[in-house]
Ligand binder design. Sequence first.
Ligand code: SAM
Length: 186
Amino acid sequence: MMKLSNLQTKLKRSEQYLPAEDTFFLADIIEKESGNMALDIGCGSGYLTNILKNSFNLVVGTDISYNTLRVQNYKVENVVCCNSADALQLKFDLIICNLPYLATDEIIDVATDGGKDGLELPIEIISSALSHISNNGKFLFVTSSLSNYTELINFVESKNYSAKIISKKKLFYEELIIVKVENLLS
Ligand SMILES: C[S@@+](CC[C@H](N)C(=O)[O-])C[C@H]1O[C@@H](n2cnc3c(N)ncnc32)[C@H](O)[C@@H]1O
């Protein structure tokens, strides 16, 4: 993970990620989900968090960028500025994350850049998310053919969770991928 001082400099310049193809792709999937508690990691503008509010009793959004949370276009009541789910002591029926997945030598924009092979930030985020999935809960994340998504799936499985690709969408320059993670015994 990058040095804390570097991260703080990047975050000062970070800007809200506005809903895009990857956001809408995940939106189509989560519209079919319902339950008690849901968490949107890296909630950005709050677009997806607001969809979850229609079918979950308690919805929380987190984002590492305070700038983003301050100016959200789709305001969310329960937002926490933290890394992934680190500040939360709760377990969730559904966790979602539209990951910053681009493979980049350096992390310049935390909204899009995943670091080497598009794995560094995603692994950090996923590690934290796993321990917040309730027994019968699930975690859905968006990744892409532009990152080494097979490695991400292997990483999740190495932590004793199941990980399956449930949807793919071809765009002009990449293929978007949604992975579903569950506890092995659920
Ligand atoms: C691709 S954007 C997705 C935004 C929004 N969820 C959407 O789908 O439009 C990724 C978001 O993750 C946030 N982010 C990046 N690293 C994070 C981390 N370690 N913990 C929490 N949020 C993070 C970024 O600030 C950004 O808002």
